[in-house]
Unconditional design. Structure first.
Lengths: 67, 150
């Protein structure tokens, strides 16, 4: 549990830094940008969903299915 | 900011926050099982949201202007290296935390410490990226016109 605090801060740090770098997040690129057919948003959404699925599957495998 | 824009933004935000929570997207397990590819719910939800927004934008394009925000401006941009790099980093946080910024804001009201800690990190990350983008270019970068910032 003590590890959870810095981990959650780092999770937020990655999302905040990444969203500003990419010009949007799940709402901005994922919903607004994709619905407007913006190529940048389609690439961004594909990238962050792809990476999120990969990271989740890797963590799941490394923790023996605990996470 | 006009009064109409202020009130409509408040109404849209309240509806968005309510629906994110009511739909279960604020629950860790909903996002986690989706990212584990065990449940299609979050992808169907994204598709429904994009479909609804696309219909709304099609209507707005005909009208040509928004109700309170002036002329319609729907940017279409080409992806850059920043799009991919930023989204990849975003995806790491998205995957590990099973939450995104919108959901995080909603869960500050419902999810206790989890949302609050992630939100603190998000604000720090936004600030940090702003600092990096404001930083003056090094002389090496100035000599290479192809280098893009931001």
């Amino acid at each position: 549990v003590p590890l959870l605090v810095p981990l959650l801060l780092l999770v937020g740090l990655a999302m905040g830094y990444g969203a500003r770098w990419a010009g949007g997040c799940t709402s901005g690129h994922g919903i607004s940008g994709c619905s407007a057919g913006s190529p940048e948003s389609l690439v961004a959404t594909g990238t962050f969903f792809g990476v999120a699925v990969a990271v989740t599957l890797v963590v799941h495998a490394l923790t023996g299915g605990a996470v | 900011v006009s009064r109409g824009l202020r009130w409509s933004a408040l109404a849209v935000g309240a509806a968005f926050g309510f629906l994110l929570t009511a739909s279960g997207l604020g629950d860790y397990d909903t996002i986690h099982s989706g990212l584990l590819l065990q449940d299609a719910y979050i992808y169907l939800m994204m598709a429904a949201a994009v479909g609804t927004a696309a219909a709304g934008i099609a209507v707005l394009r005909r009208v040509g202007r928004t109700a309170f925000g002036g002329p319609l401006d729907v940017p279409r941009r080409r992806p850059t290296r920043s799009t991919v790099a930023g989204s990849a980093l975003f995806g790491v946080g998205f995957g590990v935390g099973a939450t995104c910024p919108g959901i995080t804001v909603a869960t500050v009201a419902t999810g206790g410490l989890y949302g609050g800690l992630v939100l603190a990190g998000i604000l720090a990350g936004l600030w940090l990226r702003g600092r990096v983008e404001q930083a003056p270019m090094t002389s090496a970068e100035l000599r290479r016109p192809s280098v893009q910032r931001g």
